[in-house]
Design a protein around this ligand. Structure first.
Ligand code: PGA
Length: 252
């Protein structure tokens, strides 16, 4: 944790479930939230078409709502895309951008992620920008430099003022049950702090770790310096697991 920074536990639901599942999961998180919101901010990021049912469940606002992507453009002839102002209008406060699955599946570059993040900020959303190295890059000893370059390329002007968030997610740790060692996470987050502070962020920018965060490893990861929360995929689909991860934030 970074002293004075309020932790954020974010659930990335990816492309899972039905409307009914989304409503039930949101309701279960909402019901358990009072026990953990003293310790951390909670954020749920369902698929676009499920935003409205989660927004309805979150109407009393202990838990924030976010999307998993947005367009770089504000409006116009962009079939299939969803703009940042539309997300804000739908009740979102946050948007995940540059997730490695989007970088891989849709060829998203740092420049595109930066443009999307600028659009998000202009619409009043908080961007959660994901960075992280591949396994080959880590094996080649390039992990920190890859992440530093992604930070330099992906964070737009105004990022610090918008309270933007950076999530370090090693690609090889996502959905695999594997995580870096605590020493490796701490080393990366120390570098991330330097790069973010030297760039568009500042010393209070929340730096999340993501990649196979589970109830069993959350306390150790969340206790590391410069780890200000978690971006949770698989475990966020089980309300009890997501809430247990939030409960693993050390009492401040
Ligand atoms: P995971 O996903 O927790 O299932 O590894 C994390 C993410 O992709 O954000």
């Amino acid at each position: 944790m970074t002293p004075g920074v309020r932790p954020l536990i974010a659930g990335n639901w990816k492309m899972h479930g039905t409307l009914r599942d989304a409503a039930a999961l949101a309701e279960a998180v909402r019901a358990g939230a009072p026990a953990v919101v003293e310790r951390a901010d909670l954020l749920l990021c369902p698929p676009f078409v499920h935003l409205h049912v989660v927004a309805a469940s979150m109407a009393w606002k202990p838990v924030a709502l976010g999307a998993q992507d947005c367009a770089a453009q504000e409006k116009g002839a962009h079939t299939g895309d969803v703009s940042a102002p539309m997300l804000a209008d739908a009740g979102c406060g946050y948007v995940i951008l540059g997730h490695s699955e989007r970088r891989a599946d849709h060829g998203e570059t740092d420049a595109l992620v930066r443009a999307k993040a600028a659009a998000a900020i202009a619409a009043g959303l908080v961007p959660v920008i994901c960075v992280g190295e591949s396994e080959a890059q880590r094996d080649a000893g390039q992990a920190e430099d890859v992440v530093a370059a992604q930070v330099a390329g992906s964070l737009p002007e105004g990022f610090a003022a918008a309270k933007g968030v950076v999530a370090y997610e090693p690609v090889w740790a996502i959905g695999t049950g594997r995580t870096p060692t605590e020493a490796d996470i701490a080393a990366m987050h120390a570098r991330l702090r330097r790069e973010v502070s030297a760039g568009q962020g500042d010393a209070t920018t929340r730096l999340l770790y993501g990649g196979s965060v589970k109830p069993g490893n959350a306390a150790a990861i969340l206790a590391l310096p410069n780890v200000d929360g978690a971006l949770v995929g698989g475990a966020s689909l089980v309300a009890a697991d997501f809430l247990a991860i939030a409960a693993a934030v050390a009492a401040g």
